[in-house]
Write a protein that binds this ligand. Sequence first.
Ligand code: E4P
Length: 287
Amino acid sequence: MVVTLQDALILTYTSAKRNALRRGSGGVGSRKTTPGTGMPFFLSCDSGTLFGTTAEDRGDGRVRERQISMKFFIDSANLNEIKQVAEMGLVDGVTTNPSLLAKEGKGFKATIQEICSIVDGPVSAEVVTSDNAEQMLKEAHIVSSWHPNVVVKIPFGPEGMKAVKKLSEEGIKTNVTLLFSVPQALIAAKAGATFLSNFVGRVDDLGGEGMVAVRDSVNMVHEYEFDSEVLVASVRSPQHIVEAVRAGAQIATIPFKILELLYKHPLTTSGIATFTEDFKKSGLNFD
Ligand code: E4P
């Protein structure tokens, strides 16, 4: 029983991903944005699913692949949580940060490598230095040597952006973290960041509206045709996911307890109970 936008997102995502995997491709479709609202909607998927990429004519003779569904990353360094989410078939990647790793109390390298063995997707590992590009590059090369799926997480700042530019030239993927504004996201995209981690919860905690920068950054990336993807970070509630969908964000990194909440709705629970009871009471069966 699909009741809310987040129910619909999980449902379409799960079946679409399964179908896409079965076909060995991401599927083909097209995506449009509802004028005035920024709300993405989806059209003409060949497989009837809402997942994958669409070939988009850029108008200059070149064709650009465009993702048409939101990727879910789990925001955690807890191996049990990551395993559970991987089993749900919902996880496309993992983000960690020094605070999340410190909570787990295991080694940095061992934890990241273990995560990479569970999830086949980008796994962010953060450098600790933030004020010296040379040192950041040293740390970046260490973490990226741990596994091919490691994405180097770099705190935003002038030294960090020097490091991102160099890493991008070397073909090493980066996730620029602690972004709170469009100018910051623009600088990170120009430096060649793979992911732009735009924090929403920390802004909302201060009475601000964190999603404003996400919406503007998504538009900015599309308008200027950057390859960077906007990653909604610091997610605190299912409502943040609803707003991230409306903004057309490419990725949301979600804490385990929020991912669990995305499944829940009292009307789904009561609806299932009623259907089951009515079926049993009526004597219906599958024969
Ligand atoms: C993810 O990459 C960020 O580090 C994380 O989402 C921050 O979340 P918080 O604001 O809840 O610490």
